[in-house]
Design a protein around this ligand. Structure first.
Ligand code: PMP
Length: 408
């Protein structure tokens, strides 16, 4: 098994040389957003300095080049998640917009009073609130799959929730707090046995797990570029053609029409029907570079490295930090450690860690229902990416010991 040259990988990220309060930055907030390698940043700079023109409208050279960059990114994303066709890849602003699109368009058109949808207690707000917005117009019921003490999904409870009123299941591939990787293939198989479509929120899976939407047979799959070494403001919704074709547009505007008159407007073919307005075509081209970057290193190699750091750090924390509580210990979890020490406030810990150069996330992590379930207001979260090192884990643990002592 080949070891990654992390020292070399780190040279792709000038930001990692920053000092925070005079100390080396230890960036462990990768679940919120990962850093961006030079190759992706350069793609954005080139997009603005060399090929900027609006896509799809022009016959001039720049416009055709910009269009080709966007469409080749679409083909790349298709390959990345093994979607059957590029027309099933819709560019959005991120996971949040992708889920809102499905809730508004699919939910708005096909869910009726009395219908039920199934979510899980570990969902991010972006996979809860769009469905609640739908409840303003339709009397649908949200049913919630609970979790087991280790943070894994209660599959027995899930099976019991599925019934003849269930119209959609929407669930994360991996939890941004617990790190739990859900058995999405099994979840989808169970739903499909009742002809219920499934949306997978892949925001936390795309950076670490090889995705194959055909293998898991997802009906919809959403993810964000900024969590996978790509730019902010770009995301992807994959949807099965049969579903996308019968769904009404989500937003109206340019790009998404075939013809417009005040009497009657007809809509463009997929995927443009769902891409109203000028997209972030420069960010989309940069996403292409981010996928190339991940594939050059190897997604399995990235995940292996992150898991080593996860295991090393979790073990040292358990051995060396008294009164530590880790939230989420499901087997095979992603490289995310959510924790509290001695009941100290997450915010105090995060602020003091920052003074020692350590960037971790604190708070409810946009998962307040999960926090309520765990009986906490918030947690501290350390999460890893390909450029993190064992030395950084040591700095983190040393800092954590100091902070825990200061607060005691
Ligand atoms: N789902 C999960 C599981 C997430 O972790 C996040 C981001 N924290 C989102 C959805 C939302 O992603 P975005 O803000 O990029 O739309």
């Amino acid at each position: 098994m080949e070891m990654l040259d992390i020292t070399k990988i780190r040279t792709d990220y000038p930001i990692l040389d920053r000092k925070i309060y005079g100390r080396p930055l230890v960036y462990l907030d990768n679940t919120a957003t990962s850093q961006t390698p030079d190759i992706v940043v350069n793609s954005i700079v080139n997009g603005y300095t060399s090929t900027k023109a609006n896509v799809h409208r022009g016959v001039h050279t720049l416009s055709m080049e910009a269009t080709e960059l966007q469409e080749s990114a679409r083909r790349k994303v298709r390959e990345f998640i093994n979607a059957p066709s590029a027309e099933e890849i819709i560019f959005t602003r991120g996971t949040t917009e992708a889920i809102n699109l499905v809730a508004a368009s699919y939910g708005g058109a096909f869910l009726k009073d009395g219908d039920e949808i199934i979510l899980s207690v570990m969902e991010h707000h972006s996979n809860i609130v769009p469905w609640q917005l739908l409840q303003r117009s339709t009397d649908i019921k949200i049913r919630v799959i609970p979790i087991l003490p280790d943070g894994s999904l209660d599959m027995d409870a899930y099976r019991k929730l599925l019934n003849e009123r269930t119209r959609i299941v929407s669930i994360c591939h991996a939890s941004n707090v617990l790190g739990t990787v859900n058995p999405v293939k099994e979840i989808i198989t169970e739903a499909h046995a009742r002809e219920i479509p499934v949306l997978i929120d892949g925001a936390q899976a795309a950076p670490h797990i090889k995705i194959d939407v055909q293998d898991i047979d997802a009906d919809f799959y959403a993810f964000s570029a900024h969590k996978m070494y790509g730019p902010a403001g770009v995301g992807v919704l994959y949807g099965k053609r049969t579903l996308l074709e019968k769904m009404p547009p989500y937003q109206g505007g340019g790009e998404m029409i075939e013809s417009v008159s005040f009497e009657k407007t007809t809509f463009a073919e997929l995927p443009y029907k769902f891409e109203a307005g000028t997209p972030d075509f420069i960010g989309i081209a940069a996403l292409h570079k981010a996928i190339d970057y991940m594939e050059n290193i190897g997604i399995e190699a990235i995940a292996r490295h992150e898991h080593e750091l996860l295991e090393y750090t979790s073990r040292r924390m358990a051995e060396e930090i008294p009164d530590l509580r880790i939230y989420g210990t499901a087997p095979g979890k992603c490289a995310i450690i959510s924790f509290l020490v001695n009941g100290e406030h997450h915010y105090d810990m995060g602020m003091l860690l920052d003074k020692l150069g350590i960037a971790v996330r604190t708070g409810h992590h946009c998962a307040q229902p999960l926090m309520q379930h765990l009986g906490v207001e918030g947690v501290v979260r350390a999460s890893f990416a390909v450029y993190n090192t064992r030395e950084e884990c040591d700095l983190f643990i040393d800092a954590l010991k100091r902070v825990a002592q200061m607060l005691r």
